[in-house]
Design a protein around this ligand. Sequence first.
Ligand SMILES: [Mg+2]
Length: 213
Amino acid sequence: MLPHRHRSDLLEKLELQPLPFDNKWTGKIAYLDRDGVLNVGSKSYINDTDEVIILPEAGRCVGELRRAGFRICICTNQSPIDRGWWNHNRLAKIHDYIQDKLLDEDDDALLDLILYSPYHPISNAFARKGNPGMLQAGRQILEAAHKGIELDDSNFTYNHEYSSFDESTSVMVGDRYVDMVAASNHSVHGIQVKGEIGILDAIDEILDNRGNI
Ligand SMILES: [Mg+2]
């Protein structure tokens, strides 16, 4: 059970937009959970664009991350799809809306890659956080795009064992324990933020420790 990708097949070639200042990418990824990091979360899920409330300065923070050389990879569990409550198209509209709002705030706040897991918790899908599948996929899709390599079943790694990716300069930000478990399972530094504050709660720590790497 693979992750899904916003408005695209998972392994389709990704056209990366330049980083701010035309900085060269050094491999840093900011893996970001969505609800409680970019927008206010809800126990009953975010079911339509009119339920999206962007957290304070989320756009600026995403812009700051890209100005510091990070590629952004959204990794979000979205089980309402598997539950049959709504479909991929509804989620795509929500993600377009979030992207637009972030860019309204900061021209650099581009979400380079948006991945989501549509699976029900009982599936224990490898793509569902706290498993590391979305992060593994995100790493490979961004690297392949950077190198101009096409990904297919022969060179895309996806398994339960371990991954040997170098995530020493990357970071995962989420508001829940499952995000930290996913980070740990992917061997990337995790920062748990307060859901009512979101990415603003982590931005100084990230930039202080990883901004200049
Ligand atoms: Mg969350």
